[in-house]
Design a protein around this ligand. Structure first.
Ligand SMILES: [Mn+2]
Length: 320
């Protein structure tokens, strides 16, 4: 019997799996990829009797592959907080799905494990830009203020590593990052001892600085839309720059676009932190768009739809 750990390669996916495997060590085959690469279940070569743990990838997106695996005799444990649609009822499916806007998969695993590795759920929440939820979780641990800041930076850096349109854009493959991370039950020893952390932090600082030099399009009442140049750093920084703008201007919505390989744009959208809603609805108006109420994206926005996108953005986040 083979076990497959299938996880989003971002901070939330990494920290969700890390908590589970600290609690229940298991030599599993890892299946992961860039943050946007979420149709992961279709890649699992599982046969009858095998088991899968799926983390932080939308059930709706993976529905057909999930049903096929279940029918094939594979058991699946599923933790996620993305839009799931109807959760299938199946004896071999154990689903822990909660789509509330203030939870992430790492927090669902924390709930499941009764908080035994909570410090990593805090890292996960910071990675998913849920700082308030992270701070609330942290109240149950005896952390110093400096430690909370370090966990926030760790969450942001782990998350940062997984942004990019292809694995070639990434600083390190998330499966490699997971194996290094998993040597550390204590996040502070990971931060202190692993040079990889410094490498990711430096790349992120560099990319954010480059993005900050780009002027957004003409200011909108509802927020900002920035279009970055065609470069690996742009593709890496797209989501994180959206998060940093959201934190700077919590009443406003943000979209960060980068040119993609198909002659259009890939878009990251952040709802105002003050409301945490509307991003998914906006993105679903366009083919290949999806995500959560607070943070969503469009994989391919055709170039001729750019002005339609700007209009839809204004409508989606209009406050009166
Ligand atoms: Mn997540």
């Amino acid at each position: 019997m083979t076990h497959f750990d299938v996880f989003n390669g971002d901070a939330d996916g990494l920290c969700a799996l890390h908590q589970l495997r600290l609690a229940t060590p298991l030599g599993a085959t890892l299946i992961t990829g860039v943050k946007r690469d979420i149709a992961l279940l279709g890649r699992v070569p599982a046969v009858a009797g095998d088991a899968i743990t799926a983390l932080d990838v939308s059930l709706d997106v993976n529905r057909a592959a999930l049903l096929a695996l279940l029918e094939r005799g594979v058991s699946v444990t599923y933790f996620d907080h993305h839009g799931s649609g109807q959760v299938p009822q199946h004896a071999r499916l154990h689903a822990f799905i909660d789509t509330a806007p203030n939870v992430c998969t790492g927090m669902l695993v924390d709930r499941h494990l009764g908080g035994v590795h909570r410090v990593w759920a805090i890292v996960a929440a910071f990675g998913d830009n849920l700082a308030r939820a992270a701070e609330k979780l942290a109240q149950s641990l005896a952390l110093e203020p400096g430690q909370l800041t370090a966990l926030q930076q760790l969450g942001e850096c782990l998350n940062y590593n997984d942004y990019g349109d292809s694995e070639a854009d990434l600083i390190v493959h998330p499966a490699i990052l997971y194996r290094i991370l998993h040597r550390h039950a204590d996040p502070f020893s990971f931060i202190r001892e692993e040079p990889l952390f410094q490498t990711i932090r430096d790349a992120r600082d560099h990319d954010l600085e480059m993005a900050g030099r780009i002027r957004p399009r003409a200011p909108l009442a509802e927020g900002r839309i920035a279009i970055l140049p065609d470069a690996a750093w742009s593709r890496r920084v797209r989501g994180e720059y959206g998060n940093s703008l959201a934190n700077l201007y919590p009443e406003q919505a943000h979209a960060v676009l980068t040119p993609n390989a198909h002659g259009g744009y890939t878009a990251s959208v952040r709802a105002p932190l003050a409301t945490l809603c509307g991003a998914d609805r906006l993105c679903r108006l366009f083919p290949s768009g999806g995500g959560r109420a607070a943070a969503a994206g469009i994989n391919h926005l055709a170039p001729e739809r750019l002005s339609a996108f700007v209009q839809a953005f204004e409508q989606a986040f209009r406050t009166n």
